[in-house]
Unconditional design. Structure first.
Length: 193
């Protein structure tokens, strides 16, 4: 017992060693519960709105169908996350996905608002064809980006121009080094100074 030297006044070497792990566990469990409730809500809405009114099933079959749809939607979410990781930054992926889906949905809403004679069959056909076309363009742009010679940006060089700045008087002069071209002078008004 003589070997152990405990000094009450000294703090431990890592007083908050478990706090970051607890924080990560709390964030992970919150994220997992949100994703699982969203997947189960998708399955429940699909069962209640799309399957139950048209197909008469027993409660046991509805339960198995709901579990299968939950698995399907979970796999779809994992697949979309994998695709989004290949698309580069998360913001770029979100903007691309919103652009692919948003255009056909805007067309469907515009059809419903502006054309009172449109029916559900025509709206669904237009939505699906718009989604197919925008998915074709969006996915094709990810797998086959344009060649550098097809996406040439404008040049940013100032070849042939001489820029001088006088910091004291805020006098900016831009003139070409070759005579006979333009000369631009911007001067600050110093009358009231």
């Amino acid at each position: 017992m003589d070997d152990i030297d405990i000094d009450i006044g000294k703090p431990f070497s890592k007083p908050d060693a478990g706090l970051p792990g607890l924080f990560v566990a709390a964030a992970y469990s919150g994220t997992l519960s949100t994703v699982s409730s969203s997947v189960n809500a998708l399955a429940a809405v699909t069962i209640e709105d799309l399957i139950k009114p048209y197909i008469h099933m027993s409660e046991k079959h509805l339960s198995w169908t709901s579990k299968g749809l939950s698995f399907l939607y979970g796999a779809l979410c994992i697949g979309m996350a994998g695709i989004a990781s290949l698309m580069g930054s998360l913001l770029q992926a979100a903007i691309s996905i919103f652009g692919i889906i948003g255009g056909p949905l805007l067309g469907l809403f515009s059809l419903g608002i502006l054309c009172p004679y449109a029916n559900a069959t025509g709206g669904l056909a237009g939505l699906l064809s718009g989604l197919v076309m925008s998915l074709w363009v969006g996915v094709g742009a990810q797998f086959y980006p344009p060649l550098p010679e097809q996406s040439r940006p404008l040049g940013l060089t100032t070849h042939g121009w001489n820029f001088t700045t006088a910091a004291d008087a805020f006098n900016w002069t831009a003139s070409p080094t070759e005579p006979g071209l333009y000369t631009t002078v911007l001067q600050q008004n110093t009358e009231g100074v």
